[in-house]
Design a protein around this ligand. Structure first.
Ligand code: KG4
Ligand code: ZN
Length: 336
């Protein structure tokens, strides 16, 4: 089966092709980072317009590179939500047009399900598992028993982990998108010079809170001599990253213990973070749990995960029709 995947939920335009005999054969991502850089964050209207400009050329490129005809496709999978509604609509309308023209089945994918199932692109999932979904808009712990069998164990009460990285990076004057920048700077930092809060550390619930972290970072940054010296920036980054990964790793393994699963996974853009990957690898080895870090390209937004999730749904007999709508917000467990 050949499934075309389309992802336009935020600021990356992506088109991929999943071939069930060969795996992911295309995964093109056109980043809008340069466009939003100037504003220090994603501007929704600009994102929609950039998707409009970028999406069809990417679709064309996939067809050309694979020497593919519309009739050779078996279906189209598209992110239906959650995300920026205008941005999602560009992907959804394009997917519908392709399906209408080629009389192809369409399936809408929940963005978070895409991130979770991306882990199966590396190796078959070991299930049941606990998955930590950490991105710019989400921080959730999900118990996964199979495709479509998800239970939300907990999540953030305020900011997402990606937001905590991005806002801290912004306070330090690092360019957008801040998460990967902060990761790079942290590598040169000296541990132990600052201490940032681990909110709700003793809370028995599976919950996170990152809103206090940015205030703590702001206070530290205000106290530092200006202009900020590189070593100061690196030292703050190192401890911010440590504070965020500490709570993420703690809650992930606590949930795994509670549910007695044999495997843990990371998903979403923050899963690309070098320290989070290293800490999760160490802790999984210590506890005898299965964990394979995903290639960073499959952590951040990409259409490969959407094409693959679409294939899983088509195989299970699920599909939508051309009345499929996009949605800005809806939990993975309550959508559909
Ligand atoms: O999944 P994603 O690409 O988009 C959303 O669905 O939100 O996640 C983007 C988030 C951003 O907050 C970005 O800063 C963060 O993931 N991110 C990272 C790293 N790479 C991406 N955060 C920390 N370290 C990284 N290496
Ligand atoms: Zn995402």
């Amino acid at each position: 089966m050949k499934i075309l995947g389309i992802e336009t939920s935020c600021d990356d335009t992506s088109v991929a092709l999943y071939d069930s005999d060969r795996g992911i054969v295309e995964n093109l991502v056109s980043s809008q980072a340069d466009l939003h850089h100037h504003f220090g964050g994603v501007v929704p209207e600009l994102a929609s317009r950039a998707h409009l400009v970028n999406l069809l050329p990417l679709v064309d490129l996939v067809f050309k590179r694979q020497n593919l005809q519309l009739q050779q496709l078996d279906g189209v999978a598209v992110t239906a939500g959650p995300g920026l509604i205008g941005a999602l609509l560009v992907g959804l309308s394009t997917a519908k047009a392709i399906c209408f023209a080629g009389r192809l089945p369409i399936v809408g994918i929940h963005h978070i399900e895409g991130h979770i199932l991306a882990n199966a692109l590396a190796a078959p999932l070991v299930l049941p598992a606990v998955v930590l979904v950490v991105s710019g808009g989400h921080t959730e712990v999900i118990h996964v028993r199979g495709v479509g069998r998800y239970e939300r164990l907990g999540g953030t009460l305020d900011d997402a982990a990606g937001e905590a990285f991005d806002k801290s990076a912004k306070l330090l004057g690092l360019p957008y998108p801040g998460g990967p920048e902060l990761d790079r700077w942290a590598g040169r930092g000296r541990p132990g010079r600052f201490h940032f809060p681990r909110a709700l550390a003793r809370d028995p619930r599976c919950v996170f809170s990152f809103s206090g972290l940015k205030t703590a970072v702001r206070l530290v940054v205000e106290d530092l001599p200006k202009p900020l010296q590189d070593q100061d920036v690196a030292d703050v980054c190192c401890e911010v990253q440590e504070a965020i990964t500490d709570v993420l790793v703690d809650r992930l393994f606590e949930a795994a213990r509670h549910r007695q699963v044999g495997a843990v996974y990371l998903a979403g853009g923050v899963a690309a973070n070098s320290r989070l990957r290293a800490r999760t690898t160490e802790e999984a080895a210590r506890q005898g749990l299965h964990f394979v870090p995903l290639e960073p390209i499959y952590c951040t937004d990409n259409a490969a995960m959407i094409a693959y999730a679409g294939w899983c749904h088509f195989v299970a007999g699920h599909q939508d029709d051309l009345t499929l709508d996009s949605f800005a917000r809806a939990a993975l467990t309550s959508w559909r």
